[in-house]
Design a protein. Structure first.
Ligand code: FES
Length: 300
């Protein structure tokens, strides 16, 4: 009778599968919460997975030489001892090859599916800088409402609005405050608290409307969100300040760069201290413990 039938294989108790599962769970949770947790989960899963596979291999005798060395007899002398040659049971071979083949097939099916589902959100999402026109169109100390196409190839559907104020210069460098009109509650368009004149200037696909009197702040028509002149939330349901845009000056033109989110702003104008964060969707906390409840953001 074969030894494997006398003593059927029963895997011994092991903590490695539990650790592997904890690592996979941490990796998946990290995909929602934080890249650091993704890395920690991957390391935990890899370490425990390695230990698990090593134990499985030992149980099936794949990593150790057999205890009894084979003998060779030629019929004329004492037994000759040859080099140890490991032997593997057919059941062990079938079990491990089935597991390995199943893992490879599972990976071939799931990895491309996961890639097609998640990668498009992270690729080719960055739009280029937008030329808002000559700096001379932005008088110092005044707010100008600028509407522009964030992605000209998509047309009017990508039109956005920003409130632009020329703060003059700081240490010889130009300073602009560029506030997004997307409410930090649910994204409704906020309005400046002042009359908006009909007169406007058109530069390519950009429309510039100079406000004759500085607004006292910004307000949202949807749920009563209110912001001060720097975009700080002062009333209503928004969870943070209004988002802003980075900027650059090229060939005398003001260019709009990537947007970013702001928790709050201390001070005002060119001396303001802006507490900036990675761009987040409306309604999401970006600082404090609540920020951990919101998922990772693809680039915008
Ligand atoms: S969307 Fe602005 S207050 Fe709700």
């Amino acid at each position: 009778m074969e030894p494997s039938r006398e003593h059927p294989h029963v895997p011994g108790p092991s903590l490695w599968p539990v650790g592997f599962a904890v690592g996979v769970v941490a990796l998946l949770v990290g995909l929602v919460v934080n890249w650091a947790i993704v890395v920690a989960g991957a390391v935990i899963a890899a370490c425990f997975g390695f230990l698990w596979v090593r134990d499985l291999a030992r149980e099936h005798g794949l990593t150790e030489a057999p205890a009894v060395e084979p003998e060779q007899r030629d019929g004329h002398g004492p037994a000759k001892h040859g080099a140890p040659s490991p032997t593997y049971g057919r059941a062990a071979f079938l079990e491990l090859s089935t597991l390995g083949l199943g893992g490879v097939i599972g990976g071939l099916i799931t990895l491309p599916s996961l890639g097609f589902m998640t990668l498009p959100a992270f690729l080719k999402q960055k739009s280029g800088a937008r030329d808002l026109g000559p700096v001379s169109e932005f008088p110092e100390g005044e707010f100008v409402v600028a509407t522009f196409m964030a992605r000209p190839e998509e047309g009017e559907v990508s039109r956005r609005t920003a409130f632009v104020r020329n703060n003059g210069t700081v240490d010889g460098k130009p300073s602009f405050t560029i506030i997004s009109n997307h409410c930090a509650h649910l994204g409704c368009p906020v309005q400046p608290n002042t009359a908006v004149p009909a007169k406007h200037t058109v530069f390519k696909d950009v429309t510039l409307i100079a406000l004759p009197t500085p607004p006292s702040g910004f307000s949202c028509p949807c749920h009563g969100g209110a912001y001060d002149i720097e975009g700080n939330r002062i009333a209503g349901p928004p969870v943070r300040a209004l988002d802003r845009y980075a900027f650059s000056i090229r060939n005398g033109h003001l260019h709009l760069e990537a947007p970013f989110s702001v928790s709050h702003v201390d001070g005002s104008g060119s001396t303001a201290r802006i507490h900036k964060y990675t761009f987040a969707f409306p309604g999401e906390h970006i600082d404090g413990p609540e920020a951990w409840l919101y998922p990772l953001q693809p680039p915008h």
